[in-house]
Design a protein around this ligand. Structure first.
Ligand code: TRP
Length: 361
């Protein structure tokens, strides 16, 4: 029997990070680290989402340097341009054209109900988050305010652009954090809708990818919630030793366990969760035990945590600093990546135009 060569074809993996500033430990454990682990076994394409960053109006003077830092951070964390396609989103104009085409099949209602849109719109409009449905209030505000440019159409169609990022590669796996699940669901929905509208099976359905059973959630240092740029509770890969130690020593704690064997409060559990990521299991065990028997000293916990974080981040930081100034190398990497990505993207776009009935004279 002849071997089916399609079985040897590696699955396609695609993911991207928005170019809005330096990468932090949350990006590292939630995304980058996963990317690095996937690069040998899959046909991986990773990109820097600079068009997505435009939705929140970055300073034009900063955008390029943000793209450059993320590229340096990708490479410093271990992504190998020989094994993956690494590119900048705006270097692939086919994505923008397909975004226009795909928007014809994206419903305003479903886009407005997307959690990320509601969040951003709420923030821009100064509406306090409520547990119930506040779509009506957001809609009223948006529609009633003709000049509210901060809630722009790009923000609304953010998920269309993301769907195109994924569909243009016919990606099988999209390693992203939990907060991106809804966007991934919309991607599948747009693909299905396209298929059924044009009576084709052109797109297949991409799924998230996790090592192990669940997505890693990296907590911040402020006692609650996850690490995030806008939260201001981040440890950046580029942080120097002094800054990093200071941040960790200032992390929110509590008054200490009140009785033996109590469940750690959220701020303490967060420090344990961070420790689980960076420290030896025995170190974590030691501090958990000390918490259980009320002998714990948070100063010691933090000192150890800072030490163990530094072991991860300092070597990466050194590589980032080296790479960031190597313009020649960086531009070689993205030029090659753009070429490879455009080849894939141009084929998909050609086929999509054909399916939609756009023909040349
Ligand atoms: N929306 C993603 C984020 O904020 C970034 C992103 C854009 C992305 N396009 C993508 C992630 C395509 C995965 C696949 O993190």
């Amino acid at each position: 029997m002849t071997q089916d060569i399609s079985q040897d074809k590696k699955k396609v993996v695609l993911s991207g990070i928005r170019a809005t500033g330096n990468l932090h430990l949350g990006n590292y454990y939630g995304a980058l680290n996963k990317f690095v682990r996937m690069q040998d076994d899959y046909d991986c394409r990773f990109f820097i989402a600079d068009l997505h960053a435009l939705t929140t109006h970055p300073d034009p003077a900063m955008l390029h340097s943000n793209v450059k830092s993320i590229l340096a951070e990708y490479l410093a964390a271990g992504l190998d341009p020989e094994k993956n396609i690494l590119y900048v989103q705006s270097d692939v104009p086919e994505i923008s054209e397909m975004y226009l085409l795909m928007n014809m099949h994206a419903g305003i209602g479903e886009l407005m109900r997307t959690a990320s849109f509601k969040d951003k719109a709420r923030k821009a409009l100064g509406i306090a988050p409520k547990s119930g449905e506040d779509e009506e209030e957001i809609e009223k505000e948006i529609c009633g305010n003709q000049t509210n440019k901060s809630v722009n159409a790009g923000l609304l169609t953010y998920p269309t652009l993301m769907a195109v990022d994924i569909l243009i590669h016919h990606a099988d796996f999209v390693p992203v954090g939990k907060d991106q699940e809804q966007h991934l669901e919309l991607t599948r929905r747009f693909g299905r809708r396209f298929n059924s509208f044009y009576k084709t099976d052109y797109f297949h359905e991409p799924v998230n990818f996790n090592f192990g059973s669940h997505a890693v959630k990296v907590p911040g240092l402020d006692g609650s919630g996850k690490m995030g740029k806008s939260e201001g509770n981040c440890i950046y890969l580029i942080d120097d030793e002094k800054t990093l130690r200071k941040k960790v020593m200032r992390a929110v704690t509590d008054q200490g366990p009140q009785q033996p064997n109590s469940t750690p409060t959220e701020p303490i559990q967060n420090l344990f969760t961070l420790m689980e990521l960076v420290s030896e299991p025995s170190t974590l065990q030691h501090f958990k035990q000390a918490y259980a028997d009320c002998s714990i000293r948070y100063g010691d916990l933090k000192k150890q945590l800072a030490e163990d974080i530094l072991k991860v981040t300092l070597p990466i930081r050194e590589r980032i600093l080296d790479l960031r100034d190597n313009d020649e190398y960086l531009s070689k990497v993205v030029r090659r990546g753009a070429e490879q990505a455009r080849e894939v993207a141009a084929k998909t776009l050609r086929e999509v135009r054909e399916i939609m009935g756009i023909r040349k004279f």
